[in-house]
Design a protein around this ligand. Sequence first.
Ligand code: NAD
Length: 490
Amino acid sequence: MATTFSKSNQVVIENFIHGEWVPSEGGQVEEVPNPATGEIIARVPISTKEDVDKAVQSAREAFQSWKKTPVPKRARIMFKYQQLLIENRDQLAEALTQENGKTKKDATGEVQRGIECVEFAAGAPSLMMGDVLPDIAEGIDSGMYRYPVGVVGGITPFNFPMMVPLWMFPLALVCGNTFVLKPSERTPILAKMLVELIHEAGLPKGVLNLVNGAHDVVNGLLEHEEVDAVSFVGSQPVAEYVYKTASQHGKRVQALAGAKNHSIVMPDCNLDKSVEGIINAAFGSAGERCMACSVVVAVGDVADSLAAKIKEAADQLNVGNGLEDETTLGPLIREAHREKVLRYIEAGEKENAALIRDGRVELREHDSGYFLGATIFDHVSKDMTIWKDEIFAPVLSIVRVDTLDEAIQTANESEFANGAVIYTSSGKAVQQFREEMDAGMLGVNVNVPAPMAFFPFSGNKKSFYGDLHANGKDGVNFYTKRKMLTQRWY
Ligand code: NAD
């Protein structure tokens, strides 16, 4: 893979329409800084609805032949693609750290999770199979066949610039759809690399188009008559807007949204392992994960020792540039985001939560980049803003309760329901947790229970808008329309 750089050593970002890299019609650009240094590493075009229209027309044209391309042939491109992603693993991980800030270890993990999505999509011949039942009545057979939906628009967030696009387009494409990808304008480099590599794997022109930009591109996709389905991943207000707008325009929509994930810690847990899990889930990827642990619910007398151990472990984290081996906590994505997070920390103080670790110390120690150290509030209650809102940063709240009933009730009072974890050695507690927790992705003694690509990414409540989730059989159902054929031959 040969990345193109400008004279000032920035990655050249253009749109990819009908098999060619082309500039946007609009001419507006936004700078893309490396969050660890502030250095400008690319300029992203803020494209227009005209650019979207060209990409959608290209996808519509390519759909005519792509939908007729035999499924095994479509799958073979994914086998080749998977191989190319593996060969470029290090380059992808490095670019990911540079544009998103997450540590090399987290970036390598993300690259792996992305490759697994392509592996899942390569199983298309089995995934696309229908169902047949002969003799539903005398001499009558019935069968269900799967067909692609058409042109799909995919809109993705900054926090997983490799994995989230790969949740979408490989599966959509092997199902016979064509695709227009709109990546986050804050992380356009990975999207460019992903598009380059799939064309190296032999994808025909027009099947996957890339339009960079912001709101106008999103609205262009949501309103376009020739777009049949929209996959969205991002924050809750935008997910709700995308879901409503695309539905009003008659499209099939799945919109994955924000989160506030609770980890319940029981007195009978393995305390050291639980703390290890919580530290990883709360501060990994600088807390910018939709499956991040943002609230710990300490049950009973475990609270004092748990809070002390979490603080002690957080003190050991190394804040710095994710490209350096010793770094365990990278920067936030942008200065504006960090400022918002700082306002949340001030709100926590005003609301009288106990600030037991103040990450603003590390902020002052690092003057380049958008760093913030691990921040921990104890004695947080459900009326506080820091408990209610998704902060999306290395800021952890500890809520203290007396019983498991209270812990589950606390977690279920959140408007979000993405993930939840319990740390315990009691099967009975796990059973109650599984029965009563609203969250769609549950974990027992594991830190981030994100499902593998062959299972659905199944958030509930305000963490998801739609019916069929991303990935797994849900993903196949989302990207296919079913036809029932009932037949009698005289
Ligand atoms: P975001 O909502 O700001 O942006 C997501 C996408 O929507 C981007 O492509 C952006 O350009 C576009 N967008 C932003 N504002 C828009 C607007 N007003 N109108 C139209 N389009 C708009 O999200 P983000 O900050 O990039 O990502 C972080 C969020 O994503 C967090 O809330 C996180 O929880 C969520 N997320 C959820 C999942 C999940 O599976 N549920 C996975 C990853 C991230």
